[in-house]
Design a protein around this ligand. Structure first.
Ligand SMILES: Nc1ccn([C@@H]2O[C@H](COP(=O)(O)OP(=O)(O)OP(=O)(O)O)[C@@H](O)[C@H]2O)c(=O)n1
Ligand SMILES: C[C@](O)(CO)[C@H](O)COP(=O)(O)O
Length: 222
């Protein structure tokens, strides 16, 4: 069966700050987005790569590919106003039935095992999401003020790639945008479809703030 991944890199990286969006920042000498695409290709060269980029940075990306000699084949879709709209634009390039993963361009440390596991399980489960345990105590902020400890065993931290059958994800993204659609699972769930959790890998962090870039540098062996 055909496999696609939509790698969303259409954001502005406001929490990271800096002159260029975080997906283009070099980590140990190579832009984050290239590392992310290589992780999928290394796991399975048959996965078709679709990259969503801000319209205004498309030529910059082409310049980076030439500069770094990056030759992995990929198609490009235009970034949208929110992550939801970016995924939707990427999904428009998915023509065949099969499986489609959606992955944050700023999660370069996803393991091959997690990628393979998510696609393999989507065959029977249709909607698969990698998660990790919460390792700190969690407090819930009460509407009337104050806060309370909640049972961390009842929560998981959600990663990507989130993998679905093409048919299901296209049906989900035909819905109108809602602000609580913070990932693809929440969009699929709004159809009333169950989502299945599989173990993620703890290194698969989303590079969000300058601190994460320091962690990223330390995760790459010289
Ligand atoms: N309109 C958007 C917003 C986000 N993303 C992508 O979704 C992923 C996760 O989003 P996030 O970490 O929030 O990235 P940004 O939106 O770029 O960051 P910020 O919220 O700090 O501006 C990133 O790879 C980002 O490029 C996207 O493709 N299109
Ligand atoms: C999709 C995601 O990475 C799952 O943890 C996350 O929801 C993206 O959140 P953001 O609001 O785009 O940072």
């Amino acid at each position: 069966m055909k496999k696609y991944v939509i790698v969303v890199a259409g954001g502005k990286g406001l929490r990271m700050g800096g002159e260029i969006p975080k997906q283009f920042i070099p980590v140990k000498g190579k832009p984050v987005l290239m590392r992310t695409l290589e992780a999928f290709h290394a796991c399975d060269p048959q996965i078709e790569l679709i990259v969503v980029l801000p319209v205004e940075q498309r030529s910059y990306w082409e310049h980076l590919c030439a500069e770094y000699g990056f030759t992995l084949p990929h198609r490009i879709a235009a970034g949208g106003e929110t992550r939801f709209h970016s995924v939707k634009n990427g999904l428009a390039l998915v023509e065949e039935d099969g499986f489609v993963g959606v992955h944050d361009g700023v999660r370069p440390f996803v393991s091959s095992q997690v990628i393979a596991d998510c696609y393999a399980k989507a065959d029977t489960l249709q909607a698969v999401v990698p998660v990790t345990d919460v390792v700190e105590t969690v407090r819930h902020l009460l509407p009337e003020g104050g806060s309370e400890t909640v049972s961390r065993n009842e929560y998981k931290l959600v990663q990507t790639p989130q993998v679905f059958t093409v048919e299901l994800l296209k049906r989900a993204y035909a819905q109108e945008y809602k602000p609580f659609f913070t990932d693809d699972a929440s969009v699929v769930e709004a159809l009333g479809q169950p989502v299945h959790l599989v173990p993620g890998n703890r290194e698969n962090i989303k590079l969000t703030t300058p601190f994460d870039l320091k962690v990223a540098e330390s995760l790459i062996d010289d």
